[in-house]
Design a protein around this ligand. Sequence first.
Ligand code: HEM
Length: 492
Amino acid sequence: MVPGAWPLLGHLHLFDTVNPTHVTFGAMADVYGPVFMAKLGSIKVMIINSKEVAKEIYTVHDKLLERPELTASKLLGYNDSFLTFSPYGLYWREIRKIAVSELFSTSGVDMHMVSRAREADLAFRALYVTWEKRGKPKEGVLVDMKQEFIDLTANISLMMVAGKRYFGENPNCEVKEARRCGKLIREFLDYFALFLLSDVAPVLGFLDWKTKRGMKRTAKGLDKVAEGWIEEHKNKRSDHGRSENDYLDILIKILGQDKIPGLSDTHTKIKALCLNLVLAGSETAIVVLVWAVSLLLNNPHVLRKAQEELDSKIGKERVVEELDIKDLVYLQAIVKETFRLYPPVPLVAYRAVVEDFDIAFCKCHVPAGTQLMVSAWKIHRDPNVWSNPEQFEPERFLTSNRELDVGGQSYKFLPFGLGRRSCPAIPLGMRMVHYLLARFLHSFDLARPSSQDVDMTESNGLVNHKATPLEVNIIPRLHKSLYEVDHIGTDN
Ligand code: HEM
């Protein structure tokens, strides 16, 4: 246990609103070593900052670890019914199986290729129109790309889950409904980004009363939205000839008939899973896109190489398609390097220890009741493992670390986590971030609004958002006709 714990608060006094939790833990690792135990309120937390210990945790002790209880998961996740937060057991196993085989398989990912393309068309056309309306300035037009990516990824996730788009121009429902639902979805995403005292120091949980009240209100509103989606889908199912292909259709088909033995209240579970997938699908992709563009703006030589690759592989006569990703080797290295420096979930393997165990590598005892976190953020910046760990060098993934893959069994690179609770949606996540980044860089030249570097301050929360907006001057770099929305049919 690191020294300096206060009564009641433990080491909470070391945390502030300026430095995110993973950064504070990182600084503590520099003092107390790669594995240390701290106390947050009444809870003992073990932080793992070493790839060797991470390996042991994932390969030997994974079975003794559970998801910890989180207030947001209780209040907004139908009492831990999200796949992401549900405890091990029949429900988690069955749903994970469905997710891997039906939703995130190659054919599941391909199924929504057209709707992702259409969302990108709409978003980038809107940016083009903004530039045009401001008189096509040579120096570009200033936009907040963080907000643009938030709207774009939320629309893509909503389309895949429920066939809805609420953000930006042309929502596919009444404008009033789009505003109401969009506001609820935004609140929902924001609440999940918060670190609550109730989760780390239950004794101080009463201080969260206002947030908890807000969460309950949002949960109630979202429940109505999800009910509406289900109703709409059930009615449409009887429409002759409608292709059933969004996640909600698939979940209604598989779960709606109560065919899975032992699974109860499937109606609620379907609502929970839909909201879970909207959350998981948009939050992570936003983070990767925002950090990747920020890093590129601060490293213009890398940005130039990425655009040269796009021009040589795609040309300027058409837009990028998802099928092009395999040829964009340098872009793939940029994405990996972004994952390394800014892993979307900086503290992966957030777990509660259910039974005592010993970690052989560091000869330490871990008592039941401890919470455990593996710091992907710190391992990804370990100077014993990575050369120039603080530098943005995509080339490392084309040379010394060429073989390193996100889904592989490398304990030094774990942006999607590892073990049985690792991300089941790697194929979808990878497809989305590569495609959207490639489309954006191919469609626009980018410049910082001033000579200052982009602010790289990180924020607190389960997901590692950039704390400030991402202001960029964008200038279209393709012919006007390539910003038209091509009505290329529907997904099938
Ligand atoms: C770049 C994108 C993504 C990254 C970096 C990412 C990363 C992660 C990480 C680190 C975990 C937790 C692993 C752990 O606890 O050890 C996770 C879990 C999960 N992710 Fe992702 N994710 C991404 C995209 C997605 C998408 C697009 C979806 C679905 C639409 C998704 C759905 C899930 C689910 C359902 C879980 C929980 C799995 C379980 O508990 O069994 N993720 N993800």
